[in-house]
Ligand binder design. Sequence first.
Ligand code: 13P
Length: 252
Amino acid sequence: MIQPIVIGNWKMNGNLLANETLLEALLSSLEKLEDVQVAVCPPLPYLAQVAQHLKDNPVALGAQTLNEHEAGAHTGEVSAAMLKDLGCQYVLVGHSERRSLYGESDIAVTAKFAAAQAAGLAPVLCVGETLAERNCGDTEAVVARQLQAVVDTLGIEALSGGVIAYEPVWAIGTGETATPDQAQAVHAFIREWLARHSAPLAARLPLLYGGSVKADNAAALFAQPDIDGGLIGGASLSPNSFANICRAAEHR
Ligand code: 13P
């Protein structure tokens, strides 16, 4: 049995005051939550602030990106060790916005994945197809290519201790969620793909769904056998919605 995980990706939103208000409301709503790992990924400048709020709280801290190098002349970048130092447990790697807006290739994503893992962070590897790719029937090929890039270089066991998030690009921030059947089909494909490399790993690796998950569709998605939780964008900025999504994972 895989413990459900719900991760809030705040993207480039928030400020000191708004973060404090959001966290106070969220932490009190989540007080009695059991058997769900919850994490929030604020923008990098707010990691220390959020870490302070999460002290002695089971909600975990994550970052939205990292640089693959250890240290040195990389102006504007943040290393895995820095994220670890600030108390991060998770880091998103290969989010579609990083891939499409900031040109992160499969090779770059693999290097970031490796750096995160070497520093003791749990990388959340994001994969997913665009609408054009889905319409061409290429969903599985795209997802397999994104997984293969990491596994070819780092080996299947590198995924151990990580998380995979399936986020169809056409469902991100659009209000158009994959139906539970559509999401489950891709999750089952990912699980089978992993099992071809390592059945034990496939059985224990958490597979999260992301893309317009809201309080009113979360339960149906999380009821699917291969959906182990969610990666939540917009709805993670509302404490009530995010708490309700976390509760939907609890009753999975
Ligand atoms: P939305 O939940 O806003 O669609 O964003 C999903 C996402 O990109 C999470 O990483």
